[in-house]
Design a protein around this ligand. Structure first.
Ligand code: G3P
Ligand code: CA
Length: 373
């Protein structure tokens, strides 16, 4: 757990690194062609360590501080979830509703933006990214999503901005120089059908931003992920960058909208995975697709998801590994508090034994350490 003195240190460190300031101005913009040439084929580490929403176990998610710490901890890829602003900018948030992870509810100037609407078939009340310009969003500050589990993170509430995709790319390019290694981007399109209906389709701006920054082709250090199907197929026509089909529960929202009966369960069969391999390079299943928990909440036995995905030529990157008891199988918890750390190493070993190629994790340092062992 981060103690106050450590938090103060972290705040000073982030300031010293320029991460509490707009960072874009400091970053180089390498020539796109030269960058593309740099992206020749190379083996990726296994397991690939994907920093879920940055090092979100230590710093409020989807902030430059969280991404920078993940890189310093040795993550191979950082994961920005992306939503759209009213003026068509891509910014990093897990949800288009901003109340859970920003201080917008404390801002009287935005009180009248609060409203209720349907998002992906669910009624939500709050403040939505599509109602704010980028300039307005930049006045907000990030807050911790789960302060009861991560009180150390919450001590950074109010310190960090919402970053744009371009600012995240600039951070990566700067830190590639200081870290002397390649650092990947693993962006996720959030609510793509919702934004498309608003005239704010995210696929072209995303691809243009990545291509403009020199990320092109199947060997570029980029995976683009989505829970929806049709927007991945659209992306497959716009770019050669690798795509990842995410798996949740029930039905992809775009399939609901179009009246298809395709479910994630069907997509997880050998036949479904072969169909995915026609447009994607990998799959990102919720962990239980790979190893479900038993009736007691303990880790069960691996399914045939990984071998079937591999047979279809797909990489398997399950989500989300989190060190705290609240998120672990019952038999791997340690101590009484949901916020205490349990035996996440044992959980990861079980998944590595099941053959996964990478994993999304909130504490990338733990996965990097385990890989080194
Ligand atoms: O992107 C993989 C994983 O992050 C999907 O879950 O809800 O954390 O975006 P979520
Ligand atoms: Ca995500």
């Amino acid at each position: 757990m981060v103690r106050p003195a450590r938090t103060t240190f972290l705040r000073h460190w982030l300031t010293a690194c320029g991460l509490l300031l707009p960072i874009a101005a400091f970053a180089a913009s390498p020539d796109a062609t030269r960058e593309a040439k740099l992206h020749g084929h190379r083996e990726e580490p296994k397991p690939l360590v994907i920093a879920h929403r940055g090092a979100s176990g230590y710093v409020p998610e989807h902030t430059l501080g969280a991404y920078a710490l993940a890189i310093l901890q040795g993550a191979d890829y950082i994961e920005p979830d992306l939503v759209m602003t009213r003026d068509g900018e891509l910014v990093a948030r897990h949800d288009n509703e901003l109340g859970l992870t920003t201080d917008v509810s404390q801002r009287p100037e935005f009180a009248d933006r609060k409203r209720t609407q349907m998002v992906d078939g669910v009624s939500l009340t709050g403040w939505f990214s599509e109602d704010f310009t980028l300039a307005e969003l930049k006045t907000l500050r990030a807050i911790e999503r789960i302060p009861e589990i991560r009180p150390g993170n919450a001590r950074l509430d109010g310190s960090l901005e919402i970053p744009t995709l371009q600012e995240i790319i600039d951070l990566v390019k700067t830190m590639q120089l200081s870290e002397r290694r390649r650092i990947g981007l693993y962006p996720e399109t959030k609510h793509p059908t919702h934004f498309q209906k608003l005239g704010l389709a995210m696929e072209k701006p995303l691809v243009h931003t990545l291509h403009r920054n020199g990320y092109a082709g199947r060997h570029a250090p980029v995976y683009i992920q989505s829970f929806e199907v049709d927007n991945l197929k659209t992306l497959s026509r716009l770019t050669q960058l690798r795509l990842v089909q995410l798996f949740g529960g029930g039905q992809p929202y775009d399939q609901q909208v179009r009246g298809s009966d395709l479910t994630y369960a069907q997509m997880a069969t050998a036949e479904g995975l072969r169909a995915i391999s026609r447009y994607a390079a990998g799959v990102g299943p919720e962990k239980s697709y790979v190893i479900p928990r038993d009736a007691n909440g303990n880790l069960g036995q691996p399914t045939d998801f990984v071998p079937n995905a591999h047979a279809a030529g797909l990489k398997v990157h399950p989500y989300t590994f989190r060190a705290e008891n609240a998120f672990l199988p019952a038999d791997l918890r340690k101590g009484d508090s949901p916020a205490d750390r349990g035996d996440i190493e044992a959980e990861m070993r079980a998944y590595l034994d099941a053959g996964i190629d990478g994993l999304f994790i909130d504490q990338p340092d733990i996965a990097v350490r385990l890989r080194a062992e």
